[in-house]
Design a protein around this ligand. Sequence first.
Ligand code: F3S
Length: 755
Amino acid sequence: MAYDIDMIKKVYSQIAERVDNAREIVGKPLTLSEKILYSHLWDGKPSQAYERGKDYVNFAPDRIACQDATAQMALLQFMQAGKDKVEVPTTVHCDHLIQAKQGAEKDLKRANETSNEVFEFLGSVSNKYGIGFWKPGAGIIHQVVLENYAFPGGMMIGTDSHTVNAGGLGMVAVGVGGADAVDVMAGMPWELKFPRQIGVKLTGSLNGWTASKDVILKVAGILTVKGGTGAIVEYFGPGAKALSCTGKGTICNMGAEIGATTSTFGYDDSMERFLRATDRNDVADAANEVREYLTGDDEVYENPEKYFDEVIEIDLSELKPHLNGPFTPDLATPISEMSVKAKESDWPINVDWGLIGSCTNSSYEDLTRAASIAKQALDKKLKPKSDFGINPGSEQIRFTADRDGLLKIFEDLDATVFTNACGPCIGQWDRSDRKGDEKNTIVHSFNRNFSKRADGNPNTHAFVGSPEMVAAIAISGRLDFDPTRDKLINEDGEEVMLDEPRGIELPPEGFEVKENGYVPPKEDGSSVKVDVAEDSERLQLLTPFEPWDGKNITDAKLLIKAHGKCTTDHISMAGPWLRYRGHLDNISNNCLIGAVNAFNMKTNFVKNQLTGEYGGVPDVQRDYKEKNIPTVVVGDHNYGEGSSREHAAMEPRHLGVKVVLVKSFARIHETNLKKQGMLGLTFENESDYDKIQENDTFNFIDLEDFAEGKPITVEVVHEDGTKDIIKTNHTYNKNQIEWYKEGSALNMIKKMNAA
Ligand code: F3S
């Protein structure tokens, strides 16, 4: 059995007391999200009310899920923690590193050759440390989690932004950076700002061409890509109950596209049906016993304006099918208005590809609804004008869909069935029909449609829709096709229309799979050897960072004064560098190469004070490191905003940067710097940023007295010998100062474990 029923029963055995207690302390009825948050406090029983959007709170998640691209650095770090096993049930899923090209069999074979080293590494680390391992081809992380691990009322973190998909089964599931996941694996708490609460009341029921996907496409249109920031979106109302569990998953999945911390739904019959269909009767029975605690209080849903920070109401009976895009998932256009909008906007009308699947829309119901449209093309003698690609979400889905004849329908339309993996959704797509940068259109049932995301071409206009709408548009070959209104001409020259899609929520004959791709870890992994080749390009075992010598940093040189926005992408670029996510030294060659040098407004062009010459940031920094010269990075406001990737903190640390001094930090990056044993400081007077010159040397005056709440004084010596004394602040608490002293949070965990 892959899931941990004892852990789930333990959560349920505590939930009533904790929720009742929280309700009393908060002094009002609770939303579902609040119930889950308050029943997962690190300290156990709630003892105070937390202010939404303000208080940082320590939580104890029930599960962790990692995908292959992010798991590499997470596991390399975990190996440093000195633990024999992960403290919290964890799984690793190989889904991002498989390129879609010729179809499942050949593509999987190729991926197993080209990324074998990474898969082997992830498999052996999992085996050693008690982590469940899902092999390449087993499926996409979030679909596999929904089918196997998600449970109502649970809390999960995952090293992928669409971890939020598990809200479809009533969880609070949040995407985090690898460093956060490592903390929890190693038995430490997970910190989150207590989220704001957005309520979405759904009334009516879906009908005709409208699907669950259209609910989130509509919400994205209302809230935009930033509207959910710092909030949990909680769906409720009769319309919510009428949706299938996997449909709820689709809605929660794309909550990531509005920036929400996560999204969730209360436990209901659809979730119970899904749990039973996926062979988890024990979880359904256990959930039924605490049913009232797995949904928001009645009063909250009756008077949502009183209890949510924002309320949106959508009547599903009135909702129209949408296509969102191009280039952003919040540009929502009802299908009925697409012909006008596309013309006005000069979007290419002809559609080259219709892609169905991804973690967003690859459920059995999704495939049946799309297949019901595809089948009509065969029956009504319509030859699809676009190419079809299908990415099933898991081997269980693929096997069942194959058994039930769904895949055959697509294959009869010459569709390519790709591996059960991310494929085109993450740019792992060797698209054969177009190689240049020509303007073209594709439609897909994925979640993200940013420029270049699917095929690397900035001129590919990608539109997001439901699987059935993607099928209809792919058959017509036109972006402006409205199946509720428009006719198509078939091979006999007759006019035909497509009937409304029909779906089946769960396979009538049950799910089936022969080899699901799961590899359980050894009970005792102590004898498992983890091999990483010395000369590997993609993987490198980590060496613990050096502890602080307790002295003031002196004679430190300025590496770069970054001008303006400096996000984690500027500090550690993605794209081709993804390949090196498991090799700290190699990926460090992208360190700060996107940051703009304030002295010449160029990127990756900084002065080496030792030679007077200019060079790339990593090269100059390596020269300082070699000569044992400490360096300082200076930055502007909100330094390190963007993703939570820990590489942006590990790379400068690895290359020998000692201090990052900025006007202000993005909070997660600041924490990541602290975790990696770096000194992250802010100017007390922001205008001191202007005093920093290209040839400056920094001497710390009182770092030796590093203490909570105590500013640090720095002498800045300019080239002409003049000096400025600068006051800097920090937010290190006692514990974090210990991280700094030990060289990193992991070093400290290791020390504690050894004690
Ligand atoms: Fe994979 Fe795309 Fe989902 S990259 S995890 S299918 S968002």
